[in-house]
Write a protein of this length. Sequence first.
Length: 91
Amino acid sequence: MKLHAALLAIALALSVAAPATQAQRFAPDRGRYKEDREQAARISAAQAAEIARQRTGGRVLSVKSERDGYQVKVLTPSGDVRYVFVSASGR
């Protein structure tokens, strides 16, 4: 009878602990998950340079990474230097 009670207690403990582990596996920390999604959606500096080049028709001089995207320095066909902001999503 004691063995039966011990097995029942172990089974009960495992059934209570298992959902927490499953919840962690299928619902990761919301903060980290959000950062992962943002990181995955972020374009590269080369892509930002190409977007700025297409928008202005000029030559890209430099690309500086910023929190929300990229600041791209461009020499326009008319000889002016312009700064173009390209968001991290490519807009």
